[in-house]
Design a protein around this ligand. Structure first.
Ligand code: ASP
Length: 401
């Protein structure tokens, strides 16, 4: 089913309660600064032009929804220092001054900023755990979660969270921007405001989005299928191997058929297990693969190979990979192509992988393969061998059943 052709509520000037801070509202947690800013706005059914009753209901329900906004850093929360010309983080508590339109959106937002905003190149396993556990702690108190994040590693964080947040039944949306929020031509405003709509979208008292997504430049995307492909254009993310989940134009569309639904009856939980005992290696013509043998033993090697899974067909290649396997290293193979994936056996130059018992990463992104391996490696909650578990489709990250 496709949600289509419904218009987002027209924004109106309205009275709203003044942003207030409460010491009690936040949770002291590592990098967290407790701060809660809450605002509400009036509801007006006359603001809607929808073609489908169910969609209308869906938006009306969204009005009452509570969204937890977690601000981690990145360009979206920066402003230009006109003396030095460089970008610096601004106090996110002032977001309502920077973006007065936020006061007009029809949901209730609590803002929890990182104590020290981070460039996303400083985000990693520790921060993913903090975010996952914070969502876990607040899961019952909010209807949706919005994470503001630097764009450089947003796909890693989205992928990691998709594995850590088990049986998610509420929306988790990540967004950021290419230009700072204070910039005249900023993309931050649209990204943030529409993300709030998606993070609060409910129908028949059920969240429409029940997975980790990225919303960026008019597109809602499955988080663990994304890659950042442009450092220049506003349209910075793609999911080459999965359809777009939703699009915002004059109407907010949702492609309901493509949304992820957990098949188990199990309740939501957080499993923040992450191991970093792995290596990612991109091959190139003329490379000396045997250099890998000089490195300390790693538990998982993710090898990014050519096309649909080929590698130089030499004795040395076979010997090196076999030696790594004999040392107990799991080898996951993914493609250097951003679209399509691995197909062992298609060319004879991929047979070597079958021979040594390598694992196909199929059409997974590098970000997803890395964070999935990190999550599954030595994870006591998963029974079975690594190859078998890794080959499963856990939360829509790969096109296998
Ligand atoms: N370097 C920034 C970051 O990823 C870039 C951005 O936010 O767009 O944190």
């Amino acid at each position: 089913m496709i949600f289509k052709n419904f218009t987002a509520p027209r924004l109106e000037r309205s009275s709203f309660c003044v942003a207030k801070r409460s010491k009690k509202a936040g949770v002291e947690d590592g990098n967290w600064r407790p701060k809660k800013i809450k605002f509400q706005w009036p509801r007006s059914e006359t603001n809607f032009q929808t073609k489908e009753i169910s969609l209308k209901r869906c938006i009306f329900e969204a009005m009452k929804r509570k969204v937890l906004l977690i601000y981690t850093g990145g360009t979206i929360g920066m402003e230009k220092d006109y003396e030095t010309g460089s970008l610096r983080a601004f106090d996110f508590g002032n977001i309502f001054q920077k973006l007065p339109e936020m006061k007009l959106i029809e949901c209730e937002v609590s803002v929890h900023p990182f104590k020290k905003p981070l460039d996303s190149s400083d985000m990693g396993p520790q921060e993913w755990k903090i975010i996952a556990n914070y969502i876990g702690k607040n899961y019952d108190h909010y209807d949706g979660f919005l994470i503001l994040h630097g764009t450089d590693t947003m796909s890693y964080t989205a992928s990691a969270l998709s594995f850590m947040l088990k049986n998610l039944r509420k929306p988790v949306v990540l967004t950021g921007s290419q230009l700072p929020i204070g910039d005249l031509r900023t993309d931050a405003k649209e990204n943030l405001l529409t993300s709030l709509y998606y993070a609060s979208l409910y129908e028949n008292n059920e969240a429409v989005i029940q997975e980790v997504t990225i919303y960026f430049e008019y597109k809602l995307l499955r988080g663990n299928r994304t890659l950042k492909y442009s450092a220049e254009y506003f349209d910075a993310y793609q999911t080459p191997n999965y359809p777009v989940l939703g699009q915002s134009g004059v109407h907010l569309n949702i492609e309901k058929d493509f949304l992820w639904r957990s098949e188990t009856e199990e309740n939501f939980s957080v499993d923040d297990h992450i191991s970093t005992d792995l290596l990612f290696w991109r091959i190139f013509p003329g490379m000396h693969l045997e250099h890998l043998l000089q490195m300390p033993k790693m538990k998982v090697l993710i090898l990014q190979v050519f096309g649909s899974g080929t590698i130089f067909n030499t004795q040395k290649t076979q010997q090196t990979l076999q030696l790594l396997r004999d040392r107990g290293t799991e080898i996951v193979v993914i493609s250097q192509c951003v679209s399509g994936g691995i197909s062992f056996g298609k060319y004879s130059n991929s047979n070597i992988f079958t021979k040594i018992g390598a694992i196909s990463g199929h059409d997974m992104t590098a970000e997803s393969a890395i964070t999935k391996a990190m999550h599954l490696l030595d994870n006591p909650k998963f029974e079975g061998n690594f190859a078998e578990i890794f080959s499963r489709n856990i939360c829509g990250e790969v096109s296998v059943n």
